[in-house]
Design a protein around this ligand. Structure first.
Ligand SMILES: C[S@@+](CC[C@H](N)C(=O)[O-])C[C@H]1O[C@@H](n2cnc3c(N)ncnc32)[C@H](O)[C@@H]1O
Length: 357
């Protein structure tokens, strides 16, 4: 009883800390403190961030009592606040693939988008429209940036198919990034492999507009972004056997009709083609996820976004924690002749499902 009471108290404290961390990340307070690299008074922090001192003081209260920022009392002058560099390594934008700070924004964002709609979903069983999440693509893009910028070209691509994919990309092949969102991964690949041609596919026009702007800012001429419902790819003959490589980063589990989308991927691939589905590393069986280091977090993201989005349009609502077994079954049902699930080096979040048509 006492143990569980302690646990609930810790939950209340950590839940509150998550919210305040998300605010600090969004407002770049950690980045400013990290760049300064020294202890700052409230006034100095307010000046350096351009943020209101009264709000900062309350926020610092959370950070100090929560053990994120260190405070030093100064009897004769202003108290100071310091973000240890080891905390900055995980909380700041410089953290790259180790960036956990970016994730602290996710639950607060999804709560503000969909709390009422999800509660209603418990009564009706209906999905939540994508329009409930106006800021989600922007967040995903930030996440993709943190995830992809330091590892996609440097680590992920060279590891796919034991380096053979990288060689083919260097020589020149046709690639489709399915569910490309705001296009970060597709643009990075198009920049790194100028002999290859890239298509970013998504059905969210606003995200595609951002993706086109990104490709322009990169100065790319070997990429286009098209509005295409993944579930209807097989209705478009021009895509038949058009691509040598299709990838889908975190983009299959929240589709309404994932089986049709995967059949579409197979339809798009040439005989020698490959499909990389990068999706959350979890088990389909809840019990097997009890030791998952981020189980409650990922199930919550799924409840607040992936599952209700996937229920729209009479969808299957797989959810983010659909798990390896269900993913393998669906890939086989879609008709892929070879399906294997591999660990990704330095990525504990995801699995790589490498498939051949
Ligand atoms: C979680 S986001 C991932 C975006 C990007 N791949 C990344 O790693 O940041 C999933 C993407 O799939 C797209 N999507 C969902 N359903 C789709 C469908 N039926 N057809 C095409 N794209 C779809 C969404 O618009 C969204 O951009």
């Amino acid at each position: 009883m006492a143990d569980f009471s302690d646990k609930l108290v810790r939950i209340l404290n950590y839940g509150s800390l998550n919210l305040a961390l998300g605010i600090g990340y969004a407002l770049k307070i950690f980045d400013v403190m990290d760049e300064k690299g020294c202890a700052l008074s409230l006034g100095e922090l307010s000046k350096a961030t351009g943020l209101d001192a009264r709000y900062l003081k309350e926020w610092l209260g959370i950070m100090v009592t929560g053990g994120i920022i260190e405070m030093t009392e100064k009897p004769d002058t202003d108290d100071t606040f310091f973000l240890p560099s080891s905390h900055g390594e995980l909380l700041c934008r410089r953290a790259g693939n180790n960036n956990l700070g970016v994730y602290t924004q996710e639950i607060p964002l999804l709560t503000s988008c969909a709390m009422a709609a999800v509660k209603q979903g418990f009564q009706t069983g209906q999905g939540v429209p994508f329009s409930n999440y106006p800021d989600f693509q922007e967040f995903m893009s930030e996440l993709a940036d943190a995830k992809h910028r330091k590892v996609l070209i440097q680590e992920f691509i060279p590891y796919v198919d034991q380096g053979r994919l990288e060689k083919r990309l260097q020589q020149g092949i046709r690639v489709c990034d399915l569910g490309c969102g705001q296009g970060v991964a597709a643009c990075l690949m198009a920049q790194a492999y100028p002999n290859s041609e890239f298509v970013g596919m998504d059905n969210h026009e606003k995200a595609l507009e951002q993706a086109r702007a990104l490709s322009k800012s990169f100065g790319l001429s070997n990429i286009e972004f098209i509005n295409q419902d993944a579930a209807k790819i097989c209705d478009t003959p021009e895509f038949s056997r058009h691509f040598d490589y299709v990838c889908a980063f975190d983009a299959v589990h929240d589709q309404s009709h994932p089986l049709d989308a995967l059949k579409g991927v197979k339809y798009m691939l040439r005989d020698e083609g490959l499909f990389s589905m990068i999706d959350i590393k979890a088990s389909t069986n809840i019990k097997d996820n009890t030791n998952h280091p981020m189980g409650p977090f990922l199930y919550t993201v799924s409840l607040m976004h992936c599952m209700p989005i996937g229920l729209n349009d009479n969808g299957s609502g797989l959810g983010m924690m659909w798990g390896k077994q269900q993913a393998m079954d669906l890939l086989r049902e879609a008709g892929f002749s070879k399906v294997c699930a591999e660990e990704i080096p330095n990525d504990s979040f995801n699995l790589h499902f490498l498939c051949a048509p």
